[in-house]
Design a protein around this ligand. Sequence first.
Ligand SMILES: [Zn+2]
Ligand SMILES: [Zn+2]
Length: 342
Amino acid sequence: MTLDYPWNSAPSIGERIEVSKGIFWFRLPLPMALDHVNVYVIDEGDSWTIIDTGFWSKKTQSIWSDIKEKWFSDKPIGKVIVTHHHPDHVGLAGWFQTEFKADLWMSRTAWLMARMLRLDYQKLPTEETINFWRRAGMDDLILNERATGKPFNFGDSVHEMPLGFRRIIDGEKIILGNRSWIVRVGNGHAPEHLTLWCEDEPIVIAGDQIISSISPNLGVYATEPDADPVQEWLTSCEAFLPFSNDKQLVLPGHKLPFYGLPHRLKQLIENHHSALKRLVAFLKEPQTAVDCFPVLFNRKISDNEYGLALVEAVAHLNHLYRKKIVKRELNSKGAYVYTLKN
Ligand SMILES: [Zn+2]
Ligand SMILES: [Zn+2]
C-alpha cells in the first residue's frame, strides 16, 4: 500500500481548491527551505473559519487581503483555529483577531507557548540558548557566529497576540462547516497539537502532526532541554492508529493532501525506530548530537537546515538517554558526548 494523492499539485498563491464541499485549501509562501504552508478555510454558512494562518509578514498579509477580497468578501471571518504554536501556523492569528474581530481557537498549551514566546524578545541569544547549542556540540565557528548575531525572535514572524482565546480540549466535539469533528491532541512536533477528525465524512485535518512526504520535525529547544518529543510523538501516532482508515482524506500543514493514513502512521513510527537503531549502533563510540547528523539524516545537512537538524538530533539522543540506553557526559568543550551504557 502506498499513499494516494488526489491532487498532483497545490493551488497557486491566491487560488484555492475545494477539497470537499465548503472546505477550501490555500497555499502560502514561507521564506525557508520548506517554502510553503497549507491553510484551510471552511464555509460556516454565515461566516468563514480559517485553519492556520502562515507567517506574519507584509507579503502574507497582502496575500490574505487579496484572498479575502476575491473569495470571502461576502461574510465575516468568524474564527481562526490554529493547530499548533509554530510561527508558520499561528503567525497571523493576532492580526485576524484585531483586524477582523475573529475569535481564536487553540489548545491551551499552544496558546500559552505562542503568547509567551511572542513576548520574549532578545537582542542576542540568551546564555541558556548558547549553553544548549554548546551541549549539542555545535561547531565552534557556527556557535561564535550565532552567539554574537541577532537571534530569531518568535515575534519576528508572529503578529502581536491580544489577550483572550477559546480553548479546544482533547476529545471535544466541535462543529465546523455543518459537520461534527472530534478533536484529538497530538504531541512531539509541538505541545498539544490539534488534529480534527470529521465524524460525518472521512476527513482529517492534521496540521504538522502527520505529513505525507516529510517527517514532522521533532525538536528539543533550550526551553525544555531534556524533553523527549520522540516518545511523545510515537505515543501520539500509536494512539491515532485505531482511528485511522484508508478512506480518510488527510489535510496536512505542508505538502499534499493524501489517502493512506494507517500506512503513513506506521511508516512514520517505523522511520523513527530505524533512526534510533542506527543511532544505537553508532553510539558504540562516544558522539555529540552534531556528530550524529550523518547517521540520522543519511544526507548532507545544508547551512539552512543545520538548526533543525540539531534540535532533531538532540531529540533522538534525549530519547535514548531517558530510556537509559545511553549515558552522557560533558567533554572539555562543554558538549555532551553520548555512549551506549555497559
Ligand atoms: Zn509545526
Ligand atoms: Zn508547519
